[in-house]
Unconditional design. Structure first.
Length: 99
């Protein structure tokens, strides 16, 4: 048998009522029902995290090498950086290279 750890927590009166009703209806102890609920929630969180990680990995793999075929990347980046500087000056931030 798995070693058990004692936990003590508060629940609302409504949660308590529903817990008692549900445990009686399905014939399991309130503790078993609570443990099952904890397991379900932890599994859901793990699934959600895996799904999010899959989305991130898929996005990264789609973007990987997106600029690889650019022949003049250095010049394109210089133009982009100049526009950042111009935007900063227009917004009154006065950022200049070396400041």
């Amino acid at each position: 048998m798995t070693k058990m750890v004692r936990k003590q927590f508060f629940i609302t009166e409504e949660q308590n009522r529903k817990l008692k009703e549900q445990s009686a209806a399905i014939g399991v102890s309130e503790a078993d029902l609570i443990r099952s609920g904890i397991d379900l929630r932890l599994e859901q969180v793990a699934r959600d995290q895996r799904a999010w990680k899959d989305v991130v990995n898929e996005t990264i793999s789609k973007l990987s090498g997106a600029w690889a075929e650019r022949e003049n990347l250095h010049e394109e980046m210089r133009v982009i950086r100049r526009s950042w500087n111009r935007r900063s000056l227009l917004m009154g931030k006065g950022w200049r290279r070396g400041s």
